[in-house]
Design a protein around this ligand. Structure first.
Ligand SMILES: NC(=O)c1ccc[n+]([C@@H]2O[C@H](COP(=O)([O-])OP(=O)(O)OC[C@H]3O[C@@H](n4cnc5c(N)ncnc54)[C@H](OP(=O)(O)O)[C@@H]3O)[C@@H](O)[C@H]2O)c1
Length: 322
């Protein structure tokens, strides 16, 4: 074969050898484009169906559908607190689980005053491992839990590399972000299965399909929660229990102050209240969701756009230095 010394020559050679197959190549191209187009249409349809339709319909009576009591862990945290308020607005009685008695009392009183539902709380430190669950089991022994919201898991300020993280902190991360949700599910599940109704919402972080920051521990725990929730869903659907993996992107909480991508487009980073309002609408609707329409669009864009354009957009969305 003659040596190829220029692109032009190579192009002519390839074009010449493809001439006989032009129609076939056109069909392959058309099929590929149609496939991509169809995927885009399906994603847009899902976005409208999941995020817009529930806002137009009247709210489902959550207490009737799942049971009267909701248990929320990490309950004095920004997202959990707003989520509990939203559930109470829908008429659910609330049990708050967290590690600070004064904060729990305050949130409990606030929910009770705002919505007139029954509230109580359990003070536990999930970092204590096994023994943390004794008071929870005791307190929930005679409660018909309809909804469990696992919303604990905050360790953005810890070193995220296994190399840098001291053993004690690794255990804390595992206790808070892996064990807590798993054991809480194990505690409420027998009652839900017996009544053949209930909902479990596992709130976590969704690592985007593009690499973000080096966060080994955070991402690994998220992968556990992802797999755990997926398997739980297939295990429990036949038992009448709804399982949801709720993965917000950035919400304007105290923990994300340093990580917020945008002050130019505030709707991309909703307040916990706005976020919770949208997320509760997704309960019973979607098994895997960001819970908020603008987050779903961001996630879809991240998967569609090439890395370089995505990173450029990220830089454009960064807050301006003043
Ligand atoms: N904020 C976001 O933008 C965002 C984005 C994606 C995913 N998420 C996920 O959403 C969930 C909640 O996030 P958030 O920003 O609302 O977090 P947050 O405000 O920090 O709330 C977490 C709560 O858990 C409590 N907690 C921590 N360690 C505990 C322990 N050992 N025992 C008992 N309670 C403990 C915290 O109490 P203290 O305050 O006393 O420590 C706090 O009340 C997390 O799973 C997070 O990964 C959040």
């Amino acid at each position: 074969m003659a040596a190829v010394d220029s692109f032009h020559l190579l192009y002519r050679q390839v074009a010449w050898s493809c001439q006989g197959h032009m129609e076939l190549l056109a069909v392959v191209g058309a099929l590929y484009t149609a496939g991509k187009g169809l995927k885009l249409i399906c994603q847009s349809y899902n976005l409208i169906r999941l995020h817009i339709t529930p806002l137009l319909l009247s709210r489902t009576n959550l207490a009737r559908r799942y049971g009267e009591w909701a248990v929320v862990t990490g309950a004095t945290g920004s997202i959990a607190q707003a989520y509990a308020q939203e559930l109470a607005r829908c008429g659910m009685n609330i049990i708050l689980v967290d590690n600070n008695r004064e904060k729990l009392q305050k949130v409990s009183d606030a929910i009770n005053a705002a919505h007139g539902v029954n509230t109580s709380f359990i003070e536990v430190d999930f970092c204590k491992g096994h023994e943390a669950y004794r008071p929870i089991k005791e307190a929930l022994r005679h409660v018909e839990v309809g909804i469990l919201v696992n919303c604990i898991g905050d360790f953005l300020e810890y070193p995220q590399s296994v190399l840098e993280c001291p053993e004690e902190q690794l255990w804390d991360i595992i206790y808070v972000s892996v064990s807590a949700a798993t054991i809480m599910v194990n505690i409420v599940l027998p009652g839900m299965a017996q009544r053949r109704r209930g909902a479990i919402v596992n709130v976590s972080f969704r690592s985007c399909c593009k690499p973000a920051f080096p966060m080994t521990m955070y991402t690994s725990c998220q992968l556990y929660m992802d797999g755990f929730t997926k398997e739980l869903q297939s295990e429990l659907t036949s038992k009448g229990i709804f399982v949801q993996y709720l993965t917000p992107l950035c919400v304007a909480t105290k923990r994300t102050f340093r990580y917020r991508p945008s002050q130019r487009f505030p709707f991309l980073v909703p307040s916990p209240e706005v976020y919770a309002h949208h997320a509760v609408q997704m309960l019973g609707v979607s098994h895997r969701t960001t819970g908020y329409w603008a987050h779903s669009i961001q996630l879809a864009a991240a998967c569609w756009l090439p890395d370089c354009i995505f990173q450029l957009m990220g830089r454009f969305l960064q807050p301006t230095q003043e």
